[in-house]
Design a protein around this ligand. Structure first.
Ligand code: AMP
Length: 146
């Protein structure tokens, strides 16, 4: 791998994710052994917990299982094996930062929707990842149909 030895690719598992992974793979070059994937699941309780008195654990487990399967399929398609696929619960920015530190990443790659003009050049997650990151961050422009 040319400049970076550990690259953490953050994917929301939307159709944009392939563009993000493809860019990271291009940076890695011939040696893809330092590529890691992360997908963060936001707990339903963050959105509804205070307002709806209900047990979300069954639905949360289902979401976790489906995301794990989708990440596995995605990882296989991009040559990143299970031991380098990370699924965690929490806030994306926070968990991406802590996974980056855990694996000692020297680059985090995220997608960014650039179609809302300069002020909103980076989507909220990309912006959050950039602020507070202790390594380089690459924001790959995605979903650009203009
Ligand atoms: P957004 O700001 O939500 O449009 O997301 C922009 C980028 O942030 C995505 O392309 C991913 O790289 C990353 N991202 C967003 N949500 C997640 C998530 N739940 N897990 C991992 N990465 C995410």
């Amino acid at each position: 791998m040319a400049q970076y030895s550990k690259i953490l690719i953050a994917v929301d598992l939307s159709e944009d994710s392939a563009e993000v992974a493809t860019k990271a793979r291009a940076i890695a070059g011939d040696d893809s052994s330092g590529l890691h994937l992360i997908h963060v699941i936001e707990p339903l309780s963050f959105a509804y917990g205070g307002d709806i008195p209900m047990d979300f654990s069954g639905i949360q487990d289902e979401i976790h299982q489906q995301a794990t399967q989708q990440l596995a399929t995605f990882g296989t398609a991009h040559g990143i094996p299970a031991e380098r696929q990370h699924i965690v619960l929490g806030r994306p920015e926070v968990e991406i930062h802590s996974a980056a530190q855990e694996i000692n990443a020297d680059l985090i790659v995220v997608g960014s929707h650039g179609r809302y003009g300069l002020a909103l050049l980076m989507g909220s997650t990309a912006n959050g990842v950039l602020h507070g990151a202790t390594c380089d961050v690459l924001a790959v422009r995605v979903g650009d149909t203009d």
